[in-house]
Design a protein around this ligand. Structure first.
Ligand code: GLU
Length: 457
């Protein structure tokens, strides 16, 4: 059977680096197993779901290098969910309930004071047809609960019922169905909660592996029971740990914190995001990994820690620098062109400056300095000004070869007796206006003889 995974966010906001972790775990799992990746939008909540968010999620996935084999929207699949509801009703495992939230709250409190677990006591199962008719007559609409198979013959005599699975990430897992309330599958306005559509889709779309955050571990017990109630075998499950910020806060689509979009806009490379999103909270070191293919080689779901993983967004900047440092000209040529960096000098320029960039767009600063001169020009004391003037008088004629910097500074050293910082710093300041930056040996040929002489202070 073809390995088939899905990434199933609700399109209610922009995805963040924690969502990217889920998407990438699925994508890399598919890559490793030559499988298929389904992009599924869990948009049954039509009030909060927006096409604009679905589009932005697809855009973010493409930017990360994820290209789904199939894209699905739950809002277009209600017929399938309605059919599943009929099937469950016919089997007697979906029952109508009429309690208001306040009534349920009160019942929970009563159960607690009696030392009972605060789960739903299945009171609605005791309603007669006449009771139900009366509720309906009063204008109450039912919500529908799934009767969990946690009893032998009497649903009021629940007993420990263990659901086991061998989690792709966490190993052996167990959920006791007797510790859970029968989940509501359909709300009183007829809308679906996430649980049923998710299982119906996973069945109909042939999903073989459900990889998602560990906030869903308990759902998995319920969902496995639901797979069985619908006559299907449950797929394999994997639950990865969640990411939190350094202060321990969870990430939320709603706040937009650390959204993929904001990271992209601040100049973070996709592979910096992917490297951190996949490797943090695992036994692998978080290192800048240049491609998803290489990341797939490092990816091992079992190496993921079981506890939440803190990460520091500043790590992204470190990874970004490391990626840019090794990026070939071919990889960035088009992007440099969009920044106005092109022509014969573009490649040697890139090779000269890439080691000094925090983000790719910083290249424009260096491009401008080299072409237009230091901005602003450095200020020199009398002695240094005289020294730079003397040095410029010794600048070799063109054509230059790769040794021009060495030859020139050798001659300057001999003529002036200056060496080390006293020799190089005034020349660096004259050429760039800055105290640090790329190797001058690489920059000088890019400035050229005319440009260098024009920098005479
Ligand atoms: N829409 C659910 C979520 O974002 C999907 C969970 C799942 O993968 O089943 O949490």
């Amino acid at each position: 059977m073809t390995v088939t995974v899905r990434f199933a966010p609700s399109p209610t906001g922009r995805i963040h680096i924690g969502n990217a972790r889920t998407a990438l775990f699925n994508w890399l799992f598919a890559v490793k197993n030559r499988g298929r990746f389904i992009q599924r939008f869990d948009d049954t909540d039509v009030e909060r779901s927006r096409q604009e968010f679905a589009d932005s999620i697809l855009y973010d996935l493409h930017w990360l290098g994820i290209f789904p084999d199939q894209t699905e929207y739950q809002s277009r699949r209600f017929e399938s969910y309605d059919a599943a509801v009929e099937k469950l009703k016919a089997a007697g495992v979906l029952y109508a309930c009429y309690e208001t939230p306040e009534e349920l709250d009160l019942r929970r409190k009563v159960r607690r004071t009696r030392g009972l677990p605060p789960v739903y006591g299945r009171e609605a199962l005791k309603l007669s047809a006449a009771d139900r008719a009366e509720y309906e007559h009063d204008g109450r609409r039912p919500h529908w609960r799934f009767l969990l198979p946690n009893f032998k013959s009497d649903p009021f005599e629940t007993e420990r019922t263990e659901i086991h699975w061998n989690d792709v990430v966490r190993g052996e897992e167990t959920v006791d169905l007797a510790s859970l309330s029968d989940p509501v599958l359909v709300r009183e306005d007829g809308t679906y909660l996430y649980t049923l559509p998710s299982v119906v889709d996973d069945i109909e779309m042939g999903v073989t592996h459900i990889i998602r955050g560990d906030d869903h571990v308990t759902n998995t017990g319920v969902q496995i029971a639901l797979f069985h109630a619908l006559g299907a075998e449950a797929p394999a499950f994997g639950h990865h740990n969640l990411l939190t910020t350094s202060s321990g806060e969870g990430l939320s689509k709603r706040t937009g914190a650390l959204s993929i979009e904001s990271l992209r806009e601040s100049g973070i490379e996709p592979m910096a995001v992917a490297s951190l999103a996949v490797l943090v909270g695992t036994s692998e070191n978080v290192v800048a990994t240049p491609s998803l293919a290489e990341l797939a080689e490092k990816f091992d779901p079992e190496a993921t820690s079981k506890s939440a993983s803190k990460f520091d967004p500043d790590e992204l900047v470190v990874l970004n620098r490391a990626l840019l440092h090794h990026m070939s000209f071919a990889e960035v040529r088009d992007r440099l062109m969009l920044l106005g960096i092109s022509g014969d000098h573009a490649e040697p320029f890139w090779l000269a400056v890439r080691g000094n960039l925090d983000k790719l767009s910083d290249a424009t600063t260096w491009w401008r300095i080299l072409r237009e001169g230091p901005q602003p020009a450095a200020e020199f004391g009398d002695e240094d000004r005289e020294f730079v003037g003397q040095a410029l008088d010794l600048l070799p004629d063109e054509p230059w070869d790769g040794n021009v910097w060495k030859n020139w500074t050798g001659a300057v050293k001999k003529a002036t007796g200056r060496k080390g910082k006293a020799l190089f710093m005034p020349l660096r300041l004259a050429l760039t206006g800055l105290e640090s930056g790329p190797e001058l040996a690489d920059l000088l040929p890019l400035v050229g003889r005319e440009g260098t002489l024009a920098r005479r202070p």
